[in-house]
Ligand binder design. Structure first.
Ligand SMILES: Nc1ncnc2c1ncn2[C@@H]1O[C@H](COP(=O)(O)OP(=O)(O)OP(=O)(O)O)[C@@H](O)[C@H]1O
Ligand SMILES: [Mg+2]
Length: 457
């Protein structure tokens, strides 16, 4: 075992018999310890408070205040309770030793004292005392480290949450950016395509009515010939039979009609494409949004009424008190038309519920995102909720519904441009937002958010 360094260790020796003090003092000082002395209990307590010894050798039997009393006073004092106390006892006093231990003594030495025993016991207890102090300070350090770690972990958690939030915001900004870039690039292409389709369809639209008229003339002419010359010569008869003239005469008007329907459909598509690409031509006006919605509903009246097997669609209006809105008014009406048309179409094959479209509006005040000292400054928005209890949208296709030309409708029933046009108008032109909540089989709500006034473009 390592010898401990005795320098700077102060030992208090307490005994009412002065030659005992002298004797133990010599042993302890010879071993290199510093010493201080007391000859009674009261003095011992004072010395402890003055000099704060590292260890006390305390006589058990003393007049007035005995060693056990001194021990119990010191052990009750939080400032000195940790100073190790070794009792000095006569061999016949061993019964009191039990009480001494109960009061907190660490050891005892019986008289007559043997030099080595005294030193070994002192050393042992000082070593224990040092180790205990080291453990205590290590423990304190560990506790401080644990506290720091808990703090660091909490900070890390907070930072992670912040990062996750930022990442999510970034992701959604990125999606919006991609979407708007797609839109603006597409707008140019679409304008070109619309122009080309329009030129070509003009050939058809411009000529189809003439063609129908010319055919009617030929048809009448042939019938006139057949009336006036019921017995043509065999060459003409063979030609008529070979070419199935009667079938041709019957089929031709139907064919012309198909061409006309196709051309009209082309015209409609061109019109949509033009709306899509020429969005900046519309006028800015300050208007009542509700009257725009009501007008749109009027235009769609024929699709809301019951016809044949088709059931009537209920329209529920939950309009709030709204201020007027400055917007591209005809474009906004177009958006209402496109959303309401989608809602109507979602109700087409729905059974078990009363087909219903609900239109709800509300005004919202949001604190400005710009850093400003004026806390009262707000940006005002309007929310328009268009809900249906129709077929709903499969979660898998929700991310695609705003893509141009994405449609789940059969050929001829949808171009897939409605929502992308709406997105262009609301998000790009009005700096607003469109959100979609849908449950397949239960219905869909689109929330259109637009600012009260148009932000500078
Ligand atoms: N209210 C709705 N309920 C269910 N599905 C919807 C609704 N609105 C949109 N959708 C889905 O989103 C798709 C895209 O809609 P969008 O309006 O862009 O095109 P479309 O209606 O198919 O064709 P278009 O509007 O050009 O005639 C639709 O095909 C449909 O699947
Ligand atoms: Mg549509």
């Amino acid at each position: 075992m390592n010898k401990i360094n005795t320098d700077n260790f102060l030992i208090l020796i307490v005994d009412d018999v002065s030659h005992n003090l002298q004797f133990i003092g010599d042993i302890v000082e010879t071993a290199g310890y510093e010493t201080t002395f007391a000859t009674n209990g009261q003095q011992a307590i004072e010395r402890v408070k003055q000099a704060r010894p590292n260890l006390i050798l305390l006589d058990l039997m003393m007049p007035d205040m005995d060693g056990i009393e001194v021990c119990s006073i010191l052990k009750a004092d939080p400032d000195y309770c940790d100073v190790p106390i070794i009792f000095l006892t006569a061999s016949q006093e061993t019964n009191s030793v039990v009480r001494a231990f109960q009061e907190g003594a660490v050891d005892y030495i019986t008289k007559p004292f043997k030099n080595e025993e005294v030193i070994v016991r002192i050393e042992n207890h000082l070593r224990l005392y040092i180790q205990e102090k080291q453990l205590e300070s290590q423990n304190l350090r560990l506790q401080a480290e644990i506290q720091e770690r808990i703090k660091a972990e909490a900070e890390l958690k907070q930072k992670t949450t912040q990062l996750e939030q930022t990442l999510n915001e970034l992701k959604s900004t990125q999606v919006e950016l991609i979407q708007s870039q797609k839109m603006s690039a597409l707008g140019q292409i679409v304008a070109g395509v619309a122009h080309e389709i329009n030129n070509s369809s003009n050939f058809i639209m411009g000529n189809i009515n003439h063609a129908i008229y010319y055919f009617q003339v030929f048809d009448e002419l042939i019938k006139l010939y057949q009336q006036l010359h019921p017995e043509p010569n065999s060459k003409i008869n063979n030609f008529i039979e070979e070419n199935e003239l009667n079938f041709l005469l019957d089929d031709c008007p139907k064919m012309m009609n198909s061409i006309k329907i196709g051309a009209e459909r082309l015209d409609q598509i061109v019109c949509s494409l033009r709306n899509f690409s020429r969005l900046d031509e519309a006028q800015i006006k300050t208007v009542d949004i509700h009257s725009g919605i009501d007008n749109t509903l009027l235009i769609l009246q024929h699709r809301l009424q019951s016809v044949g097997a088709r059931r009537e669609i209920q329209v529920v209006k939950e309009y709030a008190q709204l201020p007027q809105v400055t917007c591209y008014v005809s474009q906004l009406n177009q958006v209402f038309l496109l959303f309401l048309t989608n809602a109507i179409e979602s109700l087409e094959n729905v059974s078990g519920v009363i087909p219903t479209i609900t239109i709800r509006t509300e005004a919202v005040q949001t604190p400005s995102l710009q850093p400003t000292n004026d806390s009262s400054q707000t940006i005002d928005f309007i929310n328009i909720y268009i809900s249906d209890n129709g077929c709903g949208i499969d979660p898998d296709i929700v991310p695609k519904i705003f893509d141009p030309f994405f449609t789940t409708k059969s050929v001829g029933n949808g171009t897939g441009l409605g929502l992308s046009i709406s997105h262009q108008i609301i998000v790009q032109k009005h700096k607003g937002k469109i959100r979609c909540h849908s449950t397949p089989g239960q219905g869909t709500t689109f929330i259109i958010t637009i600012p009260l006034t148009l932000p500078a473009q």
